[in-house]
Ligand binder design. Structure first.
Ligand SMILES: [Fe+2]
Length: 219
């Protein structure tokens, strides 16, 4: 549950940091500084990734770029991540984004894909950049019922489940992750979730959007 992304189909997910990095390719200065940090000669680095010392020399002096297929082994040989290699500076993972309070849900209007992130991101699916869904309090037509059955919440929504108008997923958000149940037309608008640490229940209507209720105080 660490990554918090649940695409149900093909999608492109790019964190904001990476968006800025996509303009850059690996720089010679980065390769050199990381190589020197590891006390490797150009030949030693070259041997690790099966290229010539001359090739490494060219990269470091800006006279050539490593082939894209070499980026991963190069990063590994330098003991850094691909992200660090491409960004040109060491990245300190502060885990700032990994906070369920910053969780966002994205829903593709074309294919119904559901994507959850735990920080800001640019999400694209079916060629469309998706805005994060803003959850509303349920109205009369999208009331979310929460019942307790043993150690689970039984969630139901009194809502049509026709082909054109239906609840497409239910999601239980905890402070550590989430549980998502995809629903389909002609099925029932219901799901069961383990109660442990659940904070919010979300329901998504394909016509009316995202609704959310808090379950705090129920236990
Ligand atoms: Fe609806």
């Amino acid at each position: 549950m660490q990554r918090g992304w649940y695409p149900f189909g093909a999608s492109v997910i790019v964190c904001r940091r990476e968006v800025n990095l996509m303009d850059n390719y690996v720089t010679g200065a980065m390769i050199r500084s990381q190589r020197e940090k590891k006390n490797m000669t150009q030949e030693e680095l070259a041997a690790k990734i099966h290229v010539s010392g001359k090739a490494v020399s060219k990269w470091e002096t800006g006279k050539g770029y490593p082939d894209i297929s070499l980026i991963e082994p190069l990063a590994e040989a330098l003991g850094i991540s691909v992200l660090e290699l491409l960004s040109g500076d060491a990245v300190q993972n502060t885990n700032r984004s990994a906070n369920m309070a910053r969780s966002r849900l994205y829903v593709c209007p074309v294919c119904g894909n559901v994507i959850q992130t735990i920080g800001d991101a640019v999400i694209s699916c079916c060629g469309i950049t998706l805005p994060p869904q803003e959850a509303e309090s349920p109205d009369e037509d999208h009331r979310i019922n929460i019942d307790t059955v043993e150690d689970e919440y039984y969630i139901s929504v009194d809502h049509p489940m026709s082909k054109d108008h239906y609840i497409s997923f239910l999601l239980a958000m905890t402070d550590l992750g989430s549980q998502l149940v995809k629903l389909y037309p002609e099925g029932n608008a219901e799901a069961r979730f383990k109660m442990n640490r659940v904070r919010y229940i979300y329901a998504f209507c394909n016509r009316h959007g995202l609704f959310r209720v808090s379950v705090s105080g129920r236990r």
